[in-house]
Ligand binder design. Structure first.
Ligand SMILES: [Zn+2]
Length: 456
């Protein structure tokens, strides 16, 4: 949240000339998504207490969040779409609220002083729906109700469809989840299972995810789920979840998650999270999302080794080092797809890697896409990210040599672990560590920002 700077209150903030666009109570100033997130606050922790009935898609939620005011706040916003809000408390005192599109506008009984930390509790209920998004070619992102199961894939703005939050990747927080469901359903979220508690309402599954997490990486899965724990040689374990009736071949690649993480650690450095796992969903889509510590896979994606390698590479790049603004998507997708190419090289030989490079080059050339460093909303999840994106890193590797290139990737992750980054920050980080600073900067800038891809 550094971009709010020393400017306060709102009248002054709005007058500040910021590279980001202006933050306001209703948005952090993201150039691609001006009304995503909310200025003036830093959420430190979310506790999501949900009672879920998957057979009729009913959610009753109590979300407690601890936030720090970055300036005096006579009122503040959270993002929430749909749902009926029943009551809101700030520091245990009833607060008034109004709704405007995706904004939940909260007026506490007394203004929150600058730098104060307060607890906010929002009670609500309803039937969550997916959030339409111009970047994603499906009906909506976030909450997917499918038969009597629920899956969550929220990138970029779907979390606001089921819980009140500061829905922008620049504000990461720790999470706990208490998910109550009746048998035969099971509820899974990010992190580690800390308790299962039986009551007359059913079973409460408590999950804890203490490492900083962006809202779009929050996931939960509810359904008749099976679980498989696969021990790794070093004592860690891979925890997989899947629809109970799913044949094992549907998650055959997920079963290799431990092996893939162990390989990626040799290139990127230590895996940044406490949990390694994956959720195979029943969703009839070929896509997957790198939800933190536990990616979620479409029905046909769990058998794809390259998809699993991509989602696991995201744990370093995307999840631990997260986009500062959505236009910085290359620091996430370019690196994750390159991670998938590296797995290809490791598992199937250099010829397989060369085929990835050649394929992406041909495709990117034909597609005449926007550049990876500023792909535009509509191409965020297109050629600039998945073809031209990894090619940028391939060119950098060719230029620096393997030793310096992989040392750079490890240093970048170490420097930016659990925080946010822009594309420009990577360019300057790489240039500063290169023996040929100007040449490395020029190469990266051309590959990331030139409209026509170099060599064409
Ligand atoms: Zn990805």
């Amino acid at each position: 949240m550094g971009f709010v700077g020393g400017c306060e209150p709102w009248a002054v903030v709005l007058a500040c000339a910021l590279a980001w666009g202006d933050p306001s109570p209703s948005g952090v100033g993201d150039p691609y998504y001006p009304d995503y997130g909310n200025g003036g606050m830093d959420v430190l922790r979310y506790d999501l207490d949900f009672t879920i009935e998957p057979s009729d898609n009913a959610l009753r939620g109590v979300v407690s969040l601890r936030m720090r005011a970055l300036q005096e706040l006579p009122l503040f916003h959270l993002d929430l779409i749909g749902m009926d809000v029943d009551a809101i408390e700030v520091e245990g005192v009833d607060a008034s609220f109004t709704r405007e599109a995706r904004e939940l506008v909260i007026t506490p009984a007394r203004a929150i002083p600058a730098d104060a930390e307060v607890d906010v509790v929002v009670r609500y209920h309803g039937e969550p729906e997916g959030v339409p998004d111009p970047a994603v070619p499906i009906e909506g992102v976030g909450w997917f109700w499918h038969g009597d199961s629920i899956w969550v894939l929220s990138e970029p703005g779907g979390s606001a469809g089921f819980f009140p939050c500061n829905d922008h990747p620049s504000d990461k927080a720790a999470y706990t989840f208490d998910l109550t469901v009746a048998a035969p359903y099971v509820a899974v979220a990010n992190g580690t299972l800390t308790a299962t508690t039986e009551s007359e309402r059913g079973v409460t599954y408590s999950w804890s995810a203490p490492e900083p997490m962006a809202t779009y990486l929050v996931t939960l899965a509810v359904g008749e789920l099976g679980e498989k724990r696969i021990p790794m040689a070093d004592g860690r374990e891979v925890v997989l979840h899947f629809p109970k009736d799913a044949p094992e071949k549907r998650y055959a690649a997920l079963e290799r998650s431990g092996e893939i993480v162990t390989f990626l650690e040799t290139k990127f450095g230590p895996y940044p999270f406490a949990t390694i796992g994956g959720v195979l969903s029943s969703l009839p889509i070929g896509a997957a999302l790198e939800t933190q510590g536990r990616p979620v896979y479409g029905q046909s994606a769990g058998a794809s080794e390259s998809t699993v390698a991509h989602e696991l590479a995201h744990q370093w790049f995307g999840n631990s080092v997260t986009v500062a603004r959505w236009q910085d998507i290359w620091v996430s997708e370019g690196f994750a797809e390159y991670g998938s190419w590296l797995w290809s090289e490791h598992a199937h030989g250099r010829a397989a890697y060369d085929r990835e490079v050649a394929g992406a080059r041909t495709f990117a050339k034909r597609a005449r896409s926007r550049p990876s460093g500023d792909p535009g909303v509509k191409q965020m999840f297109g050629v600039p990210s998945y073809q031209r994106g990894p090619l940028v890193l391939h060119e950098l590797r060719e230029s620096l040599g393997d030793e310096a290139f992989f040392a750079l990737l490890r240093a970048w992750h170490e420097a930016k672990k659990y925080s946010n980054a822009t594309v420009d920050e990577f360019v300057e980080f790489a240039a500063a560590r290169s023996p040929h600073e100007a040449a490395t900067r020029a190469l990266l800038r051309a590959w990331l920002f030139d409209t026509v891809m170099p060599g064409n």
